[in-house]
Design a protein around this ligand. Structure first.
Ligand code: ATP
Ligand code: MG
Length: 391
């Protein structure tokens, strides 16, 4: 009996030439995510991916890591054995203690191909009877406490108890990389994870106003980058001082435009930094109308400074929905720590909510935009978060 993890993925929408790429990316990510946890080999088998395990592979850390690999729909710890009924029944009964407590159970058996030996009906009947006898539990097909899954493949039969949910989505690396503007707040880490879920790797860029403000926001950005790395593997985080650029904006431009102007500089600098890593779009955590800088007019004025596509995956979500998602991915408790966000530096009491593009461009024209952007890029410090998928 060979221990393994059985990983299921959806193939919907993955027809044709993209399918092998999706699968090889998913395999690679699973291999990286489980490195050092007793996985001997990763293998494709009839629409599933199998992770062959050392006998002493620790399940709990494996479970935690695999549950963060995008592209996995569900997975379970299981066993492969000879596709022969007696062997299967003995194997399942021997492993029943791993199924935990249950008063009722069901057997769900299926074959990868119809012409394989062992009919699903036969398995369900024989295995059901043996488990009933061994455990004293009853059969309940509509709402069982525990389900025994059997999958018959050409080379072997697999069985496992219950399935854990994966995060779904596309494996990181299937879509082009993006640059995420990562503040210390609740929203942008959630936006980053949404992009990872659609297959983009994220380069992270955080702007701070140190030494005008303290460095709490940089510390938070580092911690957030660590959580994001648990979903994409090693990450790059750039920490960029914005204070001097902000000071010049404050001196030379009308106060109501300040925040939009800060953002335009962030976008330009982030775009250049991300390009070093092949990023092809910019991502922010904006949600429409949440604060003054997030009106359609102001978002348009920010977009105007970018040459790449700007993506805002949270645009239609409200704060509670975003906070719930932050809780699920594990960034919420970091985000709510107090900090001094750079956008709060010299923030006017009357920010413009209906910025017109011409007004913004005219206001900015008094600055030497290009050299300020180059200064930001030159002063950016990159911080490698190299910890694989661990947390
Ligand atoms: P968040 O919770 O992500 O900070 P927010 O609701 O506070 O968002 P804003 O402060 O208006 O909204 O920021 C909007 C978006 O601009 C952020 O989601 C982020 O993508 C980007 N942004 C804001 N401040 C910074 C920063 N200091 N560094 C990098 N990106 C930033
Ligand atoms: Mg913020």
């Amino acid at each position: 009996m060979r221990p393994c993890v059985v990983v299921h993925y959806h193939e919907v929408g993955l027809k044709g030439r993209n399918r092998p790429f999706f699968l090889s990316t998913l395999e690679k990510n699973l291999r990286r995510a489980t490195a050092g946890l007793g996985v001997k080999a990763v293998e494709r088998a009839s629409g599933r991916i199998l992770l062959w395990l050392e006998p002493d592979a620790p399940w709990e850390p494996l479970r935690a890591r695999i549950s963060r690999v995008f592209g996995v729909v569900n997975f379970a710890r299981g066993y492969a054995l000879q596709p022969e009924l007696g062997t299967l029944v003995r194997g399942v009964v021997a492993r029943l203690p791993e199924a935990g407590e249950f008063a009722t159970f069901a057997v769900r058996a299926r074959r990868a191909f119809k012409d394989l030996p062992l009919s699903s009906r036969e398995i369900a009947i024989k295995l059901g009877a043996a488990v009933q006898e061994a455990s004293g539990a009853g059969v309940n097909l509509s709402a069982p406490d525990m389900t025994i899954f059997v999958e018959v493949l050409p080379q072997f039969a697999l069985f496992f108890f219950d399935k854990a949910r994966g995060p779904g989505g596309l494996p990181v690396g299937c879509s082009a990389p993006v640059t995420v503007l990562l503040s210390g707040g609740i929203d942008s880490p959630v936006a980053a994870c949404r992009m990872l879920k659609r297959g983009s790797r994220a380069v992270l860029v955080h702007f701070h106003s140190f030494p005008y403000l303290n460095n709490a926001s940089q510390e938070k950005a580092r911690e957030l980058a660590q959580v994001i790395s648990a979903y994409q593997g090693d990450s790059v985080l750039y920490l960029v001082p914005l204070g001097e650029i902000q000071r010049q904006i404050v001196v030379a431009c009308p106060a109501p435009y300040r925040v939009v102007l800060y953002r335009r500089f962030m976008v330009r600098i982030a775009e250049e930094l991300g390009k070093r890593h092949g990023a092809q779009a910019l991502v922010t955590g904006d949600s429409l109308g949440q604060v003054a800088s997030q009106t359609i007019e102001n978002l348009t004025a920010v977009d105007d400074a970018a040459t790449q596509l700007m993506l805002r995956p949270l645009i239609g979500m409200d704060k509670q929905e975003i906070a719930d998602e932050a809780e699920r991915i594990g960034t919420y408790t970091i985000s709510i720590q107090p900090d001094q966000d750079c956008c709060a530096l010299f923030v006017p009491s009357n920010p413009s909510i209906h910025t017109d593009l011409k007004g913004i461009r005219d206001a900015e024209a008094v600055l030497d935009v290009e050299s300020l952007v180059q200064k930001g890029i030159a002063e950016a410090v990159d911080f490698q978060v190299a910890q694989g998928y661990g947390l």
